[in-house]
Design a protein around this ligand. Structure first.
Ligand SMILES: [Zn+2]
Ligand SMILES: [Zn+2]
Length: 222
């Protein structure tokens, strides 16, 4: 047994064998922290994984999105966006705790490996955001999985989404553009899936470049 420091809570802990076996890699977080990641087994939309209300027959988000975009080929969300994952993502993105990229990478890696695609692309940040944060938060995560990825998808800086209404967000033009070669089947990696508007916009730009398949893998589902 080894004494290690948890990257999330920074407590020293004795590594439990079960966890090492699960990841078959060096331990990076304690069992207490690892148990806090949750994905509720409730009725969800079979396409976008949104939790459905008891009386909800079909997913309104998907109906709405279908009016505007071609559907994504697959949407995979690993955990619920709850207090735990929200705080973790906040610590990573806004308190700039770059070491947490290792934690996200550890969870993403087995899923990226099992999926079928020609090219992995992390959702890009604008150069302004990268400058402000000091790192490109999704590229940093994918880099730490050790899996080959490309960054031909770029984004322009734009007004903060939170301050805009749904209609204003839609009127806002697509911020994504392509620089470089793109493969036919793309796997996009992002941190949070909320309405899905961002990834659908990214997919639209990719499809304009003759991409035939766009799958999305996100860490947390709102
Ligand atoms: Zn911990
Ligand atoms: Zn849906």
């Amino acid at each position: 047994m080894d004494q290690v420091i948890c990257l999330i809570c920074l407590k020293e802990y004795i590594e439990e064998l079960s966890f090492r076996t699960y990841f078959s890699q060096e331990p990076i977080m304690c069992d207490d922290c690892s148990r806090k990641f949750n994905y509720e087994q409730v009725r969800r939309c079979s396409h976008c994984n949104k939790k459905l209300l008891p009386d909800e027959e079909s997913c309104i988000d998907c109906l709405f999105m279908k009016e505007l975009f071609l559907p994504l080929d697959d949407i995979i969300c690993l955990y619920d966006y709850d207090d735990w994952t929200r705080q973790l993502i906040y610590k990573y993105k806004f308190r700039k705790d770059i070491v947490l990229a290792e934690v996200f990478a550890r969870f993403f890696k087995p899923h990226i490996k099992r999926l079928d695609y020609d090219m992995v692309i992390p959702l890009p940040s604008s150069s302004e955001k990268i400058h402000e944060r000091g790192f490109d938060h999704m590229a940093e995560v994918v880099k730490r999985t050790g899996i080959t990825f490309q960054t031909p998808l770029k984004t322009k800086h734009r007004a903060k989404q939170a301050g805009l209404t749904k209609v204003e967000r839609l009127k806002d033009s697509n911020p994504f553009y392509i620089e470089g070669e793109i493969a036919k089947r793309v796997l996009l990696i992002d941190d949070i899936y909320t309405t899905g508007l961002t990834v659908h916009r990214a997919a639209e730009v990719l499809r304009n470049e003759n991409v035939t398949e766009v799958k999305v893998l996100t860490f947390a589902r709102v």
